[in-house]
Design a protein around this ligand. Structure first.
Ligand code: SF4
Ligand code: SF4
Length: 139
């Protein structure tokens, strides 16, 4: 095992230790819904105000300037955004999409109350549940 593999292995072990119960299984079926009315996060909580969104822009403009805010309703409801690179259900910049898109749905978002779209091909399962074991065996 070289140093890169060792670091990867330790990272996996660490994330298993931190979150031993939930696993994401399934595949993207390209429904496109996670790129519409999406909720962004800043400092591990949803973005509620344009001020917070502007902080995201200052932090990483390249990633976040692609998002356009939908209606601003109330400061008690997270803002929702659309992406200017979505064409129909597809991503027009798929090869160069940012990390937050590549890693969707990341486990961390569920701790912030996120739920998967009904149309999503991914689902959250308990580690070592029947579904989890079956899917691992079928890979
Ligand atoms: S860059 Fe592509 S994958 Fe990311 S939100 Fe936009 S359309 Fe979706
Ligand atoms: S909601 Fe799920 S299935 Fe639909 S495009 Fe996003 S990741 Fe793929």
């Amino acid at each position: 095992m070289d140093i890169g593999q060792l670091v990867k292995h330790l990272k996996n072990q660490y994330s298993e230790f931190r979150d031993p119960y939930l696993r994401i299984r399934g595949n993207c079926v390209q429904c496109g819904n996670c790129c519409r009315s999406l909720i962004l996060t800043y400092r591990k909580r949803p973005v509620y105000t344009m001020k917070e969104y502007e902080k995201l822009l200052r932090w990483d403009r390249l990633t976040y300037e692609r998002f356009v805010v939908d209606d601003v309703q109330s400061e008690s409801i997270p803002l929702t955004f659309s992406c200017k690179y979505q064409e129909g259900n597809r991503c027009s910049v798929h090869e160069s999409r940012p990390e937050i898109c590549k890693t969707y749905p990341h486990r961390s978002i569920f701790g912030m109350g996120a739920v998967l779209e009904e149309s999503c091909g991914y689902r959250l399962v308990e580690k070592d549940s029947f579904e989890d074991i079956l899917e691992k065996k079928m890979r």
